[in-house]
Design a protein around this ligand. Structure first.
Ligand SMILES: O=C(O)CCC(=O)C(=O)O
Ligand SMILES: [Fe+2]
Length: 338
């Protein structure tokens, strides 16, 4: 097990990984198949509230690893060797098709179980039609969109669902295919190197965060996008927050703005520093990454879509540590935020 832990008496940034054994892989495959057989027809939304309980049947080493990584607040958690279907269907050309055909249902359940060992899965009613597990695959006509359906454009660094107080604690990405070894990019908040006075501005409520195009149901491309934020849902707040010795971060290169001139300069300095510290991880089939959405921002390198059934394909799930944050915010017992 690779356990990069740079701690030397004080807390710092970690990436923690676990490689599953063949026996563990078989055990997980059995759990997924049994659970799926009992849940026909498969309905991810109906399963959402149960995922955490069923996740207790995952192999103990995996559960222990995820619980420890959660406790440590690892910046990135990677589990490799998860069991994918041997007869995995062709990569769909967009999430709508995946939803219609039920492509990769077994992998959806797998995704939800791993999520359930770390927190609770949840969704957004205006994102992929309220689905709990999203398909991230290139879609014809959206090559240059500012959503995960893009391909030819660099998907800029972002906090997932930056505009919302219930944004995920973790973004879970399960890789089904990645033929060109396209990298998921990320930057750790600890790598942001700005002077103290800039840091102070970034920690003040002098910024506005907007809903991105995956929520707005409009598919603008990057060229059309500039300056079109006014009518979107937004929230004001700070870029840096949380413990001073272990800060949290909230920022989006496309969907954030500053409320005054000094804040604008500070945000640009933050962007510049983050750009200089980009790391990448290439997810392979059977890898699942959980990015701590408070501790890293993430994006994706560009690639050329094929539309031949072998394209890059991830299943994505949002994970919240305490689902009551959603119950309080929405004033209902829903796990799909309206
Ligand atoms: O495709 C990727 O690697 C990440 C895309 C992304 O930002 C997301 O799905 O939230
Ligand atoms: Fe994302």
């Amino acid at each position: 097990m690779l356990h990069v832990d740079e701690r030397a008496g004080e807390r710092s940034s970690t990436v923690e990984s676990l490689a599953l054994s063949a026996a563990e892989r078989a055990e997980i495959a059995r759990l997924v198949d049994e659970t799926l057989a009992r849940r026909q027809p498969w309905d991810a939304v109906a399963f959402t509230g149960e995922a955490a309980a069923v996740a207790q049947y995952l192999p103990v080493r995996l559960r222990h690893f995820l619980a420890r990584a959660r406790g440590d607040q690892a910046d990135m958690i990677i589990v490799s060797g998860l069991p994918l279907s041997e007869d995995l269907v062709a990569t769909p050309t967009g999430w709508e098709l995946a939803a219609k055909t039920g492509a990769g249902q077994r992998e959806e359940l797998l995704c939800m179980l791993c999520a359930g060992a770390l927190g609770e899965p949840f969704g957004w009613s205006d994102q992929q039609n309220g689905r709990i597990v999203h398909d991230v695959c290139p879609a014809p006509g959206q090559e240059r969109s500012l959503t995960s359906a893009s391909s030819e454009l660099n998907l800029a660094l972002h906090t997932e669902d930056v505009h919302h107080p219930c944004r995920s604690d973790y973004v879970g990405l399960l890789c089904l295919r990645n033929p060109d070894a396209t990298g998921t990019t990320f930057v750790r908040v600890d790598r942001m190197d700005v002077p103290d006075d800039v840091r102070e501005i970034l920690a003040a409520d002098r910024f506005r965060f907007f809903a991105d195009d995956s929520h707005a149901n409009i598919e603008l491309d990057a060229e059309q996008e500039s300056g079109r934020h006014e009518n979107r849902m937004s929230q004001d707040g700070s870029v840096l927050f949380g413990p001073r010795e272990f800060p949290y971060l909230r920022i989006d290169f496309d969907f954030a703005s500053a409320l005054d001139g000094d804040a604008d300069a500070a945000m640009n300095q933050a962007f510049e520093s983050l750009r200089a510290s980009v790391e990448r991880v290439v997810l392979r089939p059977g890898d699942m990454a959980f990015l701590d959405n408070y501790r890293v921002v993430h994006g994706r390198e560009p690639f050329s879509p094929r539309y031949d059934g072998q394209d890059r394909w991830l299943k994505r799930v949002n994970v919240i540590r305490d689902v009551r944050r959603i119950f309080v915010e929405t004033r209902s017992l829903t796990r799909v935020i309206a």
